[in-house]
Design a protein around this ligand. Structure first.
Ligand SMILES: [Zn+2]
Length: 317
């Protein structure tokens, strides 16, 4: 609950004192000060313990919320028609995001959002000009001049998020996308099965791939892929199997502890309605992240994103 301040009681009867010998300053007329000290301590200690127990969750809730680097957002045409850039940026800020990786169908949405919040938005170039190209783009040669024209005009941190599975990752269009990423030193944001990830790494063993949704694969399989490919990172967007009730699932916990530097969170606003989930998603993420060791939680919440993509922020301008 950001911004909530906590007031502790400040009456003399419960004011904390560091040691008993300080209590002799309290009015203890006609009593031996040492006896008074013991009596008062016996009275006060349970009260202090009670107050400490009540106050500690409130104090931690009052601390600044964990920053969130959201690695998976879209601001596509049907979103910007309903939610103007200023309102979308307001939601990102309300969520307490430190950064937002945004790709859109078409890229105009990303550019509008970047213009509205260059301190927050990290542009990602999507191959799709409209929403309907998810299943056909890898066979559509016109995608390439579109990408080349955008790359000549604007700056990005990645190409994606695109959808490609299995052998489709070896079409000439996808091969050219992998080449463009290498030429422009960009990451690839690939919504794929493990097979398509392997195929892209075969095309360019130096490629750097952010695996969208961790491929919706099992944590054991995700760990195998991370062991095999040092240039593979995973976003956890639009999956909920890794945590419930504020606790990380045990198998996922092992994955996060083995690879604390390879996971990022993301909302995935694939429909306009999901923009209103950005704030709740950040809250939910903070909740389950708090069940991990704090250093690991920070890495997954924002430090991995900043390390990988945040450094590119200055290169964008
Ligand atoms: Zn997506």
């Amino acid at each position: 609950m950001p911004g909530r301040s906590v007031k502790l009681p400040d009456s003399p009867s419960v004011r904390p004192k560091p040691a008993c010998d300080k209590l002799v300053k309290w009015p203890v007329a006609r009593q031996d000060s040492r006896i008074a000290c013991k009596v008062r301590c016996m009275q006060i200690r349970p009260i202090l313990a009670l107050l400490a127990g009540l106050a500690s969750p409130l104090i931690s809730a009052a601390q600044a919320p964990l920053p969130i680097f959201d690695a998976h957002l879209h601001y596509s045409h049907d979103a910007w028609e309903r939610l103007p850039p200023s309102a979308a940026v307001a939601l990102l800020r309300q969520a307490g995001l430190k950064a937002a990786m945004v790709s859109s169908s078409s890229d105009d949405g990303t550019q509008m959002l970047y213009a509205a919040a260059p301190d927050l938005v990290l542009p990602v170039l999507r191959p799709y000009r409209t929403r309907g190209e998810i299943g056909s783009w890898m066979h559509d040669a016109s995608v390439i001049p579109h990408l080349e024209a955008r790359l000549a005009k604007y700056r990005y941190v990645a190409i994606g998020e695109y959808h490609v599975y299995g052998a489709d990752a070896d079409t000439p269009v996808v091969r050219r996308v992998v080449e463009l990423a290498r030429q422009h030193r960009l990451y690839l944001h690939s919504h794929s099965d493990a097979d398509a990830i392997e195929r892209q790494f075969r095309q360019d063993p130096q490629a750097r791939i952010l695996w969208a949704h961790a491929g919706f694969d099992r944590p054991e399989r995700v760990r195998e892929m991370l062991r095999k490919h040092p240039n593979l990172w995973c976003d956890l967007a639009f999956r909920s199997d890794h945590a419930s009730g504020g606790q990380v699932d045990p198998a996922w916990r092992e994955a996060f502890l083995e690879f604390p530097d390879r996971f990022l969170v993301g909302t995935d606003t694939f429909t306009p309605e999901r923009w209103h989930y950005v704030v709740e998603h950040a809250r939910w993420s903070r909740e389950w992240l708090s069940s991990l060791p704090p250093a690991v939680a920070e890495q997954i919440a924002w430090k991995n994103g900043e390390r990988l993509f945040g450094a590119l922020r200055t290169a964008l301008r």
